[in-house]
Design a protein around this ligand. Structure first.
Ligand code: VGL
Ligand code: ZN
Length: 187
C-alpha cells in the first residue's frame, strides 16, 4: 500500500511507563518500536501522543481510579521510549493533563483533529500502546472525525486486563470502519 503525502502516522503513547520495566507495562510493549521506526520515514506527517498526568490524577488507584500511578508529566516514565526515532516527529500531543478527567484518545480535548486538517491530512495510520485503551479510543475518534483510518497491527500491543481485550478492541475498530494493515505492506 502506497503512503501518500496527505497520510499521517499517529504514534500512540510509546512511553517508558507502558514498556517493560515501567509503572503500567504493556506485555511486549517495546516491540512496537522497531516497526514504527521502519515506517515513520514514509510519512510526511508524524504525530506522537503522550499520556501526561498530574501527580494525583483521577485514573490512579489512590484516587479511586483503576491504574497505578503512571506517566506523570515531566517524569522519565512519561518520556517516549528512548529507541523511538523522534527525528521524524512533526507534532507532539499531550493528553489527560488535568487531575479531574481522563482521556484515552489523542483527539480528546486536544487540537489534534484541527492540526491534521490544517495539514491537509486525509488518512491516518494508528500504532502504539495500548491496543485496548488509547489505540482503540484514538482510532474510533479518528473515524468519527472523518479520517480514513488504518491500524498497523504488528505495531500495537495491548494490556489485556481481561484476556482477549486486545482482540476484541481490534474487532471493534474494524467494525467501526478501520482497516487493518501490517507494517510490511506499507511502502
Ligand atoms: C493508557 C491506561 C491508562 C494507554 C493510558 O495509553 O493505553 N492505558 N492510561
Ligand atoms: Zn493514563
Amino acid at each position: 500500500m502506497k503512503i501518500e503525502p496527505s497520510d499521517a502516522l499517529i504514534i500512540v503513547d510509546v512511553q517508558n511507563d507502558f514498556c517493560p520495566g515501567g509503572a503500567l507495562a504493556v506485555p511486549d510493549g517495546d516491540a512496537v518500536v522497531e516497526p514504527i521506526n521502519r515506517v515513520a520515514p514514509l510519512f510526511s506527517h508524524v504525530v506522537t501522543t503522550q499520556d501526561w498526568h498530574p501527580p494525583h490524577h483521577c485514573s490512579f488507584k489512590e484516587q479511586g481510579g483503576m491504574w497505578p500511578v503512571h506517566c506523570v508529566a515531566g517524569t522519565s516514565g512519561a518520556d517516549l521510549h528512548p529507541q523511538l526515532n523522534q527525528q521524524a516527529v512533526h507534532l507532539r500531543i499531550r493528553k489527560a493533563d488535568t487531575a479531574e478527567r481522563d482521556a484515552y484518545s489523542g483527539f480528546d480535548h486536544t487540537d489534534l483533529a484541527a492540526q491534521l486538517r490544517q495539514r491537509g491530512v486525509r488518512r491516518v495510520f494508528v500504532c502504539g500502546l495500548a491496543t485496548d485503551y488509547c489505540v482503540r479510543a484514538t482510532t474510533l475518534d479518528a473515524l468519527k472525525e472523518g479520517f480514513v483510518t488504518f491500524v498497523i497491527t504488528d505495531a500495537v500491543r495491548g494490556v489485556d486486563v481481561q484476556p482477549g481485550d486486545s482482540e476484541k478492541a481490534l474487532r471493534e475498530m474494524q467494525e467501526a470502519g478501520a482497516t487493518m494493515v501490517t507494517s510490511g505492506e506499507l511502502g
